[in-house]
Design a protein around this ligand. Structure first.
Ligand SMILES: *[C@@H]1O[C@H](CO)[C@@H](O)[C@H](O)[C@H]1NC(C)=O
Ligand SMILES: *[C@@H]1O[C@H](CO)[C@@H](O)[C@H](O)[C@H]1NC(C)=O
Length: 330
């Protein structure tokens, strides 16, 4: 092949690639725009977890790098304008939702208020992949510890375990559960979350010198779990976990979680009219899924609210965080 032809091919290939990325971004932005319709109607009933989801969303936006990159590409200016409009709308909704949450669940709100701060979350500045050989060959069980136990460990790091409490406290019990090997599902993501918290709080306990070591292991396991969820057809009861794993490990810098085929699958789960994520419509679902839903309801977490239309704040917030993660990554 002559030199100029080769250059031309490289050029065509490259422009094709960036076009499809631009298209992907556009679809992600549309999906996010739809979620704001949902929030605008329902913000009074929001739970903490969902506020957090939308907060992280705003945090992504405030990162200058991504937008500057866009601005340098002329064709992407319109996307930037859409995102700016989206964030403006969301910011005011988030303020209202945060206030309404503070009134409805003051005790829980106080415990986790620090993580609602605009600057709490950090975003990855470099990317890496998981190493599958680090994943456990077997998982011990779904639940290594209760949500109450992990919440307690988080408040010790945050300093919200009492008024004017000291932060970055690592108790022996917390150290044990947060570094226990063999945990799966939500216990596993809470273990990762614990090390992420410590990072953003800048905790210096010697446990956190090994933070990257634990993150490498936890995310290798979470990837293994996501691949199982994929190979078993994305059962309804597993979707939320799949998205949480993408969100947490993506934020920890593992780019292999941003799989384009997973993104396309997530788009399918968004309810076209409501713009939310949640229980699939009965008429569009296979009967065997009903059992899945019952299982999910038994495991209902975080003071979850599911609306009559099947919309769930928790699922929607998780999806929003995942979508932002993808947008940031592209
Ligand atoms: C993955 O982990 C194994 C075991 O620790 C190690 O031998 C291997 O070099 C790692 N691979 C990469 C690509 O880092
Ligand atoms: C990427 O992860 C592997 C282990 O999975 C590690 O050996 C390597 O140093 C990491 N690279 C960077 C740039 O962090």
């Amino acid at each position: 092949m002559s030199f100029p032809v080769c250059l031309l091919l490289i050029f065509l290939f490259k422009s094709d690639l960036s076009k499809s990325e631009a298209d992907m971004r556009s679809i992600i932005i549309s999906a996010l725009e739809k979620t704001t319709f949902f929030l605008a109607n329902k913000y009074r009933d929001i739970n903490l977890d969902a506020v957090l989801g939308f907060r992280v969303f705003a945090r992504y936006f405030h990162l200058k790098g991504a937008l500057e990159k866009w601005a340098s590409e002329h064709e992407l200016l319109s996307q930037q304008v859409r995102v700016e409009r989206l964030v403006k709308k969301l910011s005011s909704l988030i303020e209202k939702a945060t206030h309404s949450l503070e009134l409805s669940d003051p005790e829980y709100f106080k415990k986790f208020e620090p993580i609602l701060g605009r600057n709490f979350w950090m975003l990855p500045h470099s990317w890496n992949q998981t190493n599958s050989s680090l994943a456990y060959s077997m998982f011990d069980g779904i639940s290594c510890f209760t949500k109450e136990m992990s919440d307690k460990c988080f408040t010790y790091l945050l300093g919200t375990w009492k008024d004017n409490g000291k932060s970055c406290i690592v108790t022996r019990a917390c150290r044990n559960i947060m570094t226990k090997f063999g945990c799966s599902d939500y216990s596993l993501s809470h273990q990762l979350f614990y090390f992420m918290f410590a990072d953003v709080k800048g905790c210096s306990d010697h446990l956190f010198l090994r933070a990257q070591y634990y993150k490498n292991i936890f995310c290798a396991c979470m990837m293994k779990i996501n691949l199982v969820i994929e190979s078993t057809g994305f059962r309804f009861s597993s979707r939320d976990l799949l998205m949480e794993n993408i969100m947490f490990c993506g934020m920890s810098g593992f780019s292999d979680f941003y799989k384009p085929s997973w993104l396309e699958t997530i788009f399918i789960w968004q309810k076209p009219e409501e713009g939310c994520f949640g229980k699939p419509n009965e008429n569009s679902e296979h009967p065997s899924r009903v059992k899945d839903q019952e299982q999910l309801l038994r495991r209902v977490k975080r003071r979850e609210k599911v609306f009559a239309d099947g919309c769930s704040f928790h699922n929607t917030a998780t999806a929003v965080r995942v979508l932002w993660g993808f947008l940031y990554y592209y």
